[in-house]
Design a protein around this ligand. Structure first.
Ligand code: BJ8
Length: 424
């Protein structure tokens, strides 16, 4: 990596803390990804992106800002990238998957807050995230109670925060609320960028994001083949990179990877031996560098064939209909697509159970591992009835709760190995 010290300094990063984070990230990446055999060649692109995740990509964002292109950071897949692109701005994901500056975080948030929220605060307080520091606007959302209240505190730490008030019920009133909030977000984006959001701009934004989701859906589909041509870790990585990368370049790279995987599948070339137990992972999103559980699962000899998660199929399912000719019609289409996201904050949320069952069938899963972060009430509360319903269909389920620390790795390993053996 070139020397980006001056850029990081200009962004206000704490260079010493940032070096520590990069060292941990680099070592983890080496151990979990680079040291593995039989990876598709197309993963080379994602390895490169990861090696430059705080370098070249940030340089692109900073250069874009000099040309007037604003950066918007978000913590949830309910923030519509279509609208951000229509305003000629760039959307980046800010969820973080590592503990940092936890002592300072626990001065602001209760200890029993989920790791995802604490990590986001740790990256801010520790001044280690160049994406967060490049952002001209942070968008939060009223989803779970933890995020809702944490954004009140985050508003005191960042220059500009806009919070979307999201519905929790999929009713007509819920749809109207989402439409009103997205219309308000259009106003915020126009004011931030000085650009008007037109029907043409929305259409182009929709097409760009649809192409990205379609490419990821191709990658997902080929994992249904036995033996699976790509590991769950590599597929997860591609999904994680989708939150940072330039969308057009990302789409092209995922399509190239999918071409290679389709050839591998046709040649019966699996990444694990034929007959390896196939796992569907379901639950909370996994942000970079949260690879602990997938690594444990695949080290136990199973292959993860799908992620029922916002960093996975919940986040990429469904395209936006781009056929309307007016900005209002296109906004309606965006609302329809996003209202279908089956996040556990919705009540009731029957679609999620249906999606897990559909995915288990489509990807020929032998079992489901349900993953919740500690203290994540929405996903923990859904996990119990979901487990019962899946088991009633004959699908074995392992329900796990964990966080970002390595402390429970041995215990998780024991439980995962026993489950993998049971479904083998
Ligand atoms: S649409 S899943 S990205 S809210 S893990 S912070 S739920 S206590 S992340 Fe999410 Fe949007 Fe829903 Fe998806 Fe709260 Fe749970 Fe923490 Fe969570």
């Amino acid at each position: 990596m070139a020397d980006y010290t001056q850029m990081w300094k200009d962004l206000g990063l704490d260079l010493e803390a940032h070096d520590q984070l990069l060292a941990v990230l680099g070592q983890g990446y080496q151990d979990i990804f680079l040291s593995r055999q039989n990876r598709p060649e197309g993963m080379g692109y994602f390895d490169f992106v990861m090696s430059e995740v705080h370098g070249l990509r940030i340089q692109e964002l900073v250069d874009g800002k000099k040309q007037g292109r604003k950066v918007v950071g978000a913590y949830c897949v309910f923030v519509p990238e279509e609208i951000v692109l229509a305003a000629n701005a760039t959307l980046v994901g800010l969820c973080a998957g590592a503990d940092f500056a936890m002592a300072e975080v626990e001065n602001l948030l209760p200890r029993n807050t989920c790791a995802l929220i604490k990590s986001a605060f740790g990256f801010k307080l520790g001044k280690v995230c160049p994406y967060l520091e490049s952002a001209d606007l942070i968008v939060g959302e009223n989803t779970c109670d933890g995020k809702k209240k944490a954004f009140e505190t985050l508003s005191t730490l960042v220059d500009r925060l806009h919070v979307l008030d999201l519905p929790q019920v999929k009713s007509e009133e819920g749809r109207a609320l989402l439409r009103a909030e997205y219309a308000r977000f259009i106003g915020v984006m126009e004011e931030l960028t000085g650009n008007s959001i037109t029907a043409d701009g929305l259409k182009q934004g929709i097409r760009t994001v649809n192409a990205k989701r379609a490419a990821l859906a191709r990658l997902a589909a080929v994992r249904g083949v036995e033996p699976a041509p790509i590991s769950g870790l590599d597929a997860l990585l591609a999904n994680q990179v989708s939150f940072y990368d330039n969308p057009e370049r990302f789409t092209e790279s995922v399509n190239k990877l999918a071409d290679e995987l389709e050839n591998r599948a046709a040649a019966n070339q699996g990444v694990f031996p034929a007959g390896a137990p196939r796992i569907l992972l379901s639950g909370c999103p996994m942000a970079v560098p949260n690879w602990k559980l997938p690594w444990i699962i695949e080290s136990a000899g199973a292959v993860i064939v799908g992620e029922e998660s916002c960093v996975g199929e919940r986040g990429l399912r469904n395209l936006v209909d781009d056929s309307a000719e007016t900005a209002g019609g296109l906004l309606d289409a965006i609302v329809s697509r996003y209202l279908d996201i089956d996040c556990a904050v919705f009540t009731p949320n029957p679609d999620r159970k249906k999606h897990v069952l559909d995915m288990a069938e489509k990807y020929k899963a032998d079992g489901v591992i349900h993953y919740s972060l500690n203290f994540c009430q929405p996903y923990q509360l859904e996990a119990m009835p979901l487990e019962k319903e899946l088991e009633a269909t004959g699908l074995p389920v392992l329900r796990l709760e964990t966080d970002y620390s390595p402390e429970d790795a041995e215990q998780l390993k024991t439980r995962v190995e026993a489950f993998v053996e049971m479904i083998s």
